[in-house]
Design a protein around this ligand. Structure first.
Ligand code: FES
Ligand code: FE2
Length: 439
């Protein structure tokens, strides 16, 4: 890879607009550090998990905001705050004494957190509760050592993130001045979150985890790219889960950073307009186990159409991308959150959390789990995405500074669309990224 030719803080993006994304945006390690600062640790809300993952007081799980490991924990709620305080805290897993990542269990239950090195003890809300030998050690009439007289426990807690919980989804930010979460998500995206989550109790069905050798933004692009599913994915084009002959809509928030791809499946099979010459279409491919596509429509799929008052809409798939690191997937009966955890410019971890609803019958739970086989690291569909992301990163790295991608399907503009033959959502994200990064 060629070395960057100018410092990342200076504007290097010389093309107009956001339809040509320079390869250095994916490969430059200095720029990546700046992304961590400005995006992941800056004025953005990052997904950290589901409230049902920590159901009881003291339950915690480890997760990530950017490359910083954080603890999501359920704290006690004072009686006067019941109904106002959700009780969920997010604190950084970094001891205030000498910086140790003190918690090592991926999840568990704790009364407090104790750092193993010198046993500083923290309350569930991150406050420092106490430390050994704070007042020194008595030796006859004198006292040896101890912390200086002005040492105040209150000033030495863990780094606490701001937390908001929306319909059971937990978000956190390091920025005390970040706008409220609802404003951050915006009124155009919110109805699609409400459709899946509002008023429903979630159940946790399981996890997949994978490491993908590509830049974290490529994963966001992949889920903002309605062009590829009917071409790359044999499963989608053959069985009609997502392809260009379906009625679709692309939605963005006012900044272009978040998006929703909405579509309705058809019966699949041959349609000359979208299958001729498409090598991933396999006319004679049949399912050995038909239960993989035993789709049962659910009442909540139908909602008032936010764009056309007085009419309703019944998508079978909505793919929601919440910048910078969350994807929410409804693909027929399969539901998951997908959390992007960046690990350097050229790699990220991808954590899938499959969920259902508390009212689901055992059959529906089994159905959701069966359909989840389409997704995850070895999913019939998603394995393809992981692979092309790795191929993309390889292509960028072999060329270096001067190259760029071309995202001009449907023009060079940004914003929503009423079809899927467009790369507008990708352009919209990079228009926002340029602003956020000062590029
Ligand atoms: Fe944590 Fe010393 S580093 S107690
Ligand atoms: Fe895909």
């Amino acid at each position: 890879m060629n070395a960057p030719q100018s410092p990342p803080t200076l504007s290097r993006w010389t093309e107009p607009g956001s339809s040509r994304v320079p390869f250095w945006a994916y490969t430059d390690p200095q720029l990546y550090q700046l992304e961590l600062e400005k995006i992941f640790y800056g004025r953005h809300w990052c997904y950290v998990g589901l409230a049902i993952e920590v159901p009881n007081v003291g339950d915690y799980k480890l997760t990530w905001v950017g490359e910083r490991q954080v603890i999501v924990v359920r704290d006690r709620v004072a009686p006067k705050d019941r109904g106002v305080d959700h009780g969920i805290r997010v604190v950084e897993n970094r001891c205030a004494h000498r910086g140790v990542r003190f918690c090592q269990q991926p999840h568990g239950n704790a009364r407090s957190f104790v750092c193993p090195y010198h046993q500083w003890t923290y309350k569930l809300n991150g406050d420092l509760a106490g430390l050994p030998f704070k007042d020194g050690v008595k030796d006859g009439d004198c006292v040896n050592g101890g912390m200086p007289p002005g040492f105040d426990l209150k000033e030495h807690g863990l780094a606490k993130l701001r937390v908001e919980v929306l319909h059971g989804l937990v978000f956190a930010t390091f920025d005390a001045d970040a706008e409220p979460l609802a404003d951050y998500l915006g009124p155009k995206v919110m109805p699609w979150l409400d459709r899946i989550f509002k008023g429903r109790e979630l159940t946790l069905l399981g996890y997949n985890r994978q490491r993908i050798p590509g830049n974290w933004k490529l994963m966001m692009e992949n889920i903002k790219d309605p062009y590829h599913p009917g071409l790359l994915h044999t499963w989608f084009v053959t069985f009609g889960l997502w392809r260009a002959d379906q009625k679709s809509r692309m939605v963005t928030d006012a900044h272009g950073r978040h998006a929703v791809m909405i579509s309705r499946r058809n019966e699949g099979g041959q349609n000359a307009a979208v299958t001729t010459g498409v090598t991933s279409f396999k006319a004679d491919m049949q399912l050995q186990d038909k239960r993989l596509l035993d789709v049962v429509p659910e009442p909540w799929w139908t909602v008032d159409d936010p764009a056309n008052p007085g009419t309703s809409i019944t998508p079978t798939v909505t793919m929601i991308t919440l910048f910078p690191s969350l994807i929410l997937q409804q693909q027929v009966n399969s539901l998951s959150t997908r959390h992007i955890v960046p690990r350097g410019a050229g790699e990220f971890d991808f954590v899938w959390t499959h969920f259902g609803f508390a009212g689901d019958s055992p059959e529906m739970t089994r159905r959701r789990l069966r359909q989840a086989n389409l997704f995850g690291p070895a999913g019939f569909v998603s394995a393809d995405d992981g692979e092309v992301i790795a191929f993309s990163q390889d292509g960028f790295a072999q060329w270096g500074e001067g190259g760029s991608t071309l995202c001009e399907l449907g023009g060079t503009g940004t914003g929503g669309a009423e079809h899927m033959v467009t790369e507008t959502l990708i352009r919209s994200m990079y228009a926002y990224w340029r602003k956020a990064m000062g590029q």
